[in-house]
Design a protein. Structure first.
Length: 461
């Protein structure tokens, strides 16, 4: 049937319409981690149920793993959670990429990396940034712990409401030093933190077509930060080339890949008129972005000044962040730089930042750290010399995990410390009690580490 990419994937997965109008959706992939799964497995155990499709369920340790390599045991919350995940996966027969496993990593990094994420699938996980997988033309979104249990038991999900569709056309050519992270921050800045509430967003246009899969994943990852239920990008030759490349153990091969390729050609929106709402963002003049407040929508140009507050919320944000309107953001010192998270920890992100810092040094009194998105990314970065470039510049080099994105596992800021972070949320206390988080791209983070204050990467390229 004609319609949007979202319509086609949704409609293909409807099992039935329930009394009251809710939809029962079939789920193709269920991704599990140690923080939102323990209660779900306990619920199965208490009800005497099993995991319905262990072949479509995959677990990893990511949120609360220590990334500095220190040993852990069950005297710590991290150790308890990892031990519980291991026991649950063993009991219920769920494949696990556990702590120190060579395929362990952030769930939204290893899914695509292993070939689990494919065009046209429905994908869920107990994590809000599951929208990342929409970069492949999948319908992917986060679910709560109760829903995790339901999917484990039935391989289906009850969707109370069908979201509306929104198209965002992104045309133009990104200037050197400007990246996909800047694009999505600019979109959220324009539409607001709730600007896409109730919608599944599809990104399209010439700028999207030019992006590698890593950039597309960054954009879909942060769709949730403007209230969207999910973000999607139609699959194309770039998508299929990514699926086909390298050692992706779960990716289809041979006739199965040919079938996927043929099906992917139909996964596109027939006309922009099919969207319930249409927005656009030209990017030819876009510059690197920095958030100044406590939501991703509170963003500004890296060469600009902190804006005047227009709402009570913005006044509060300025106070919390310790900033004054009219201050050039380039004059604001930073104590910590974090390159990592499910938004920007792929090998392409690390290569880009390493190229900028190579032969240079981190500014005095700045703690700079790089946390690869997976152990496979870490290994590849070490093989290519990317890790050496970071270490020589003065960056810490960590094991894979979510790390400082959400201030667990010891990777936190002290009160009033300020970070330039490639993560996705600058909320109050997100990186530790009283922490002050500014979202930036990997290039801007690298430049900031070298300067000791927010810096424009275009000046160092």
């Amino acid at each position: 049937m004609p319609g949007t990419l979202f319509d086609k994937v949704w409609d293909a997965h409807v099992v039935t319409t329930l009394d009251g109008g809710a939809t029962l959706l079939y789920i193709d992939r269920h991704l599990v981690h140690e923080v939102t799964s323990p209660q779900a497995f306990d619920g199965l155990r208490e009800a005497g149920r099993t995991v319905r499709r262990t072949d479509l369920t995959f677990a990893t340790a990511d949120h609360n793993v220590p990334t500095d390599g220190r040993p852990i045991d069950e005297t710590t919350l991290s150790g308890l959670q990892l031990a519980a995940l291991e026991r649950n996966c063993r009991e219920f027969g769920v494949p696990l990429f556990g702590y120190h496993h060579p395929q362990q990593g952030i769930v939204h990094v290893i899914g695509p990396q292993l070939g689990l994420t494919l065009p046209g699938l429905t994908i869920v996980c107990g994590d809000s940034h599951t929208s990342t997988h929409g970069a492949f033309g999948a319908l992917a979104f986060g679910i709560g712990t109760t829903e995790v249990e339901h999917v484990l038991a039935t391989q289906t999900l009850i969707a109370p409401h069908r979201p509306k569709s929104m198209g965002i056309r992104i045309d133009g050519v990104l200037a050197p030093g400007v990246s996909a992270k800047d694009v999505i921050l600019a979109i959220i800045r324009r539409l607001g933190a709730g600007g896409a509430t109730g919608h599944v967003v599809e990104y399209f246009g010439t700028a999207i077509e030019r992006l590698a899969m890593s950039g597309r994943m960054t954009i879909c990852n942060m769709s949730i930060e403007m209230g969207a239920r999910a973000g999607m990008i139609a699959p194309d030759d770039t998508t299929l080339a990514y699926v086909a490349e390298g050692d992706r153990p779960f990716a289809p091969r041979g006739a199965a890949f040919a079938a996927l390729e043929a099906a992917s050609r139909a996964l596109r929106t027939d006309s922009p008129a099919d969207f319930d709402r249409l927005e656009s963002l030209p990017v030819d003049r876009l510059v690197p972005q920095v958030t100044w407040g406590t939501t991703p929508a509170m963003a500004m140009d890296v060469d600009g000044v902190v804006p005047d507050p227009h709402t009570v919320g913005e006044e509060r944000a300025l106070g919390y962040m310790g900033l004054k309107s009219g201050t050039p953001i380039a004059d604001v010192p930073v104590q910590t730089v974090f390159i990592g998270s499910c938004t920007n920890s792929r090998i392409e992100d690390l290569r880009e930042a390493a190229a900028l810092v190579r032969g240079r040094k981190v500014a005095p009194d700045v703690r700079a750290m790089v946390v690869p998105g997976s152990e496979a990314v870490k290994e590849l970065a070490e093989k290519e010399g990317v890790a050496d470039a970071f270490r020589a510049a003065g960056f810490e080099w960590h094991h894979a995990g979510c790390s400082m994105c959400l201030g667990m596992n010891g990777d936190i800021l002290r009160p009033h410390q300020r970070s330039a972070s490639t993560s996705n949320r600058p909320y109050e206390g997100r990186q530790g009690p009283g922490s002050r988080t500014h979202l930036v791209s990997p290039l801007t983070a690298a430049a900031t580490a070298l300067k000791g204050r927010f810096a424009d990467p275009r000046e160092l390229l």
